[in-house]
Ligand binder design. Structure first.
Ligand code: IPD
Ligand code: CA
Ligand code: CA
Ligand code: CA
Length: 267
């Protein structure tokens, strides 16, 4: 089965799921805590959308493997794998009903083929196609500039990540803060990475991303000429559970951050 057919199918499926999610966000949601953690929410809509996506893909294509956040089906190593986050930015979805996405990545033999990230409320569809570019709403994104001084850069990092990166890895974030123009915290990893690929954000740093948070959007970063990595882990940790993650708009920027600010306690 040619990947093009899967891409066409996934594009229409993600829009259909987005339309359902948009209307669900306006109705009453059942919300639960995961592992009694007040910062880790899941709603019935997360599960509903995951089920919709997996059921539709399974029905259309035989023999597929799935890696999904809400674990409606479990991952078995196979050559054709769909990595799905049914709602990335669940807290945004629940609290302010914007800045949340549906993220679908398709990998063959653990290599990325395409990634789709749908910013549901903005109705923006991002596509990363390995070897075929990074796209937003059908328009190709420009290649990112390879030279940009830190003093003109904006980073995205969450308060929880700051705390963890400092306590666990001894990262010098105050030093980084004093060198960059500013920072924001949007609460949706996939959207941050798409914005980075679009040149609207320069650095994205997180203490604990999971595969489904970045599997699709990282393809856009690659294709836009940006660089991402798991600075304290082997990059092949694609299917590992939770890892610190860094993306930057250029190799130079990525290297500067790793060498100047992530130097303490590297493993
Ligand atoms: C979360 C978001 C958030 C990131 C967390 C993720 P979820 O995903 O991407 O921005 O900081 O690490 O878990 O739980 O909303 O799908
Ligand atoms: Ca979650
Ligand atoms: Ca997520
Ligand atoms: Ca999620």
């Amino acid at each position: 089965m040619a990947p093009e057919e899967k891409l066409i199918f996934a594009q229409s499926l993600i829009r259909e799921a987005g339309a359902q999610l948009r209307s669900r966000s306006r109705s009453e949601l059942k919300i639960h805590l995961k592992n009694h953690d007040v910062g880790d929410l899941v709603s019935d809509a997360d599960k509903q959308i995951e089920k919709l996506l997996v059921t539709a893909i399974r029905k259309r294509f035989k023999g597929q493997s799935f890696l999904t956040e809400e674990k409606w089906v479990s991952y078995k190593p196979k050559t054709q794998t769909w990595i799905i986050d049914p709602i990335d930015g669940t807290t945004n979805f629940i609290t302010w009903k914007r800045d949340y996405t549906i993220s679908i990545a398709y990998y063959e033999e653990e290599r990325p083929v395409f990634g789709l990230v749908y910013d549901v409320e903005a109705d923006d569809l991002y596509l990363g196609l390995t070897g075929g570019g990074a796209w937003k709403n059908g328009e190709r994104l420009a290649t990112l500039p390879q030279e940009k001084p830190l003093s003109r850069c904006v980073a995205d990092v969450s308060l929880k990540s700051v705390a963890l990166l400092k306590s666990k890895y001894g990262i010098q974030l105050e030093k980084l803060a004093s060198h960059i123009r500013g920072h924001r915290s949007r609460g949706c990893a996939s959207l941050c990475l798409c914005r980075l690929a679009a040149g609207e954000l320069d650095i994205y740093l997180s203490a604990h991303l999971k595969t489904w948070d970045y599997a699709a959007a990282a393809i856009l970063v690659n294709e836009a000429g940006g660089v991402w990595g798991l600075p304290f882990h082997d990059r092949q940790a694609l299917y590992s559970t939770s890892v610190p993650f860094l993306a930057a708009g250029s190799r130079d920027l990525y290297t500067q951050i790793v060498n100047k600010f992530l130097t303490v306690n590297r493993i």
